[in-house]
Design a protein around this ligand. Sequence first.
Ligand code: GDP
Length: 421
Amino acid sequence: MSDEQHQNLAIIGHVDHGKSTLVGRLLYETGSVPEHVIEQHKEEAEEKGKGGFEFAYVMDNLAEERERGVTIDIAHQEFSTDAYDFTIVDCPGHRDFVKNMITGASQADNAVLVVAADDGVQPQTQEHVFLARTLGIGELIVAVNKMDLVDYSESDYKQTVEEVKDLLNQVRFDTENASFIPISAFEGDNIAEESDNTGWYDGDILLTALNNLPAPEPPTDAPLRLPIQDVYTISGIGTVPVGRVETGILNTGDNVSFQPSDVAGEVKTVEMHHEEVPKAEPGDNVGFNVRGVGKDDIRRGDVCGPAEDPPSVAETFQAQIVVMQHPSVITEGYTPVFHAHTAQVACTVESIDKKIDPSSGEVAEENPDFIQNGDAAVVTVRPQKPLSIEPSSEIPELGSFAIRDMGQTIAAGKVLSVNER
Ligand code: GDP
């Protein structure tokens, strides 16, 4: 990796439209996967009669290694262009991709939307675009993939572009902030080199477009917020909470507070990649030890912050949500599980305050009786157990959540305000 500026990139799009293949191709073209590894996968793929699937194989293999991994680092895929070091946020095709897009360890700055030219806009294309818009993705690169399957036809490309533009207009995503590229992740067209097969296209190739993405928003000057993922007991050290610094800085010697468990102490040691470090910054996965804080005092879902500016604990909070997939309707009293940072807490929708027109952002109805798929609404929520959460306008990293019920993500949202306990 170079010393270039860092960016988190989401690869979104309908299943089977080629996200994994594209990631494999990007890693390969930027030299982020050694040639011999690719060769090995190629051989394996050919043996299994799946010749040409090597990039998807690379991705499967990386995902598998990640599942086996026991380290506290989430092994994100990384590649570099001249301007940026990219980290791909989450693994495309992951079962909880949508949930992770919202509560994931890190949110994406920009995104590549993969749409297969032979299949066009599909339900997940819509869902992901809707989410990208709701969560404030900066720019969208629309990769119209599988151009080889439509014989590199300009009219098929244009038709897909029109479909995507309609979709972007529907959710009021500014098409000025979207670029469109005809590619084949499989054959490598317009990824790292201009393709001879698309003579009618004179725009940027994908790596150039990635290189030209706007720089991510500078980190906020928000106070330390470190959601706890796990708590270990390590002989010789004692209690070691682990997690990722979302905002602020964790220094040895700091007085920190864990909320909602409401315990505090002084940071004795901070460890990263098995080495002791004096401090940790946003994005760092750390284990640390706090004087006087025992294993049973804190738990996953707690947030660590400065003792003088501790994480907020909500009695209730107001949030804007978007309903994505609920089998019926949501009414007052509904109590699903909210996933926010590392916490999972049952919360009751105490009131549905306003229904919002998702395309204009204007209030469509005050105090509606119910909301359903596709609706956006402002709701008041009461956690059934203490939950640390922050207004998205103050600390965006700790201000969004996914609502899960019956094994799926049914809605996503942002916290507007917190009524503290
Ligand atoms: P994902 O579910 O979006 O991650 O899709 P995959 O990357 O797993 O791809 C789904 C299928 O489409 C696989 O069989 C890929 O080999 C194939 N595929 C992906 N990109 C292309 C492409 O550019 N051209 C062709 N012909 N097939 C592709």
